[in-house]
Design a binder for this molecule. Sequence first.
Ligand code: PNS
Length: 162
Amino acid sequence: MTVGVYPGSFDPFTVGHLDVLTNAAGLFDLVYVAVLHNVDKRPTFTVQERMEMIRNVLAAEKLDNVRCGTFDGLLVEYAKSVQATHIVRGLRATSDFEYEFQIDAVNRHLDNSLRTVYFMASPGHSFLSSSNVKEIGLWGGSIKGLVPEINEDIIRERLARK
Ligand code: PNS
């Protein structure tokens, strides 16, 4: 069985993330979305909120071969714990490359049996990031089409309370 891990902060999960995840779900038998639980990053949404929203999406999109988990510490250890052979990441623009290049080098140093596969963002998502969504939402702009519809109200209301 082929198992992939799609890690990230997902603060919050966007339609760009969904695009990558849908591609990964078509490639692997099983995919784990691994939500980083890292207080140092000062996320806007709690890990429980982020996981709940991702689970809403999995149910709505009928992504039956995808599970959602959380991890703390090294990604390679989490990948090992779920017997994953591959890490999944998305690439939007060349500006992502340097960052991903570094992450890949560190992960290879830690576990050279793991490989990362990358999906290019759909052209319409190349500008999209969780940070953009938060900035737009905090200032009362429309986040329609930027986050999965099922989570739109939750995210809008939550950002309005900040
Ligand atoms: O969506 P993000 O925040 O860009 O994802 C970054 C993530 C979670 C993939 C990366 O920070 C990570 O893997 N963190 C866990 C700690 C770790 O394993 N570090 C070594 C690789 S940099």
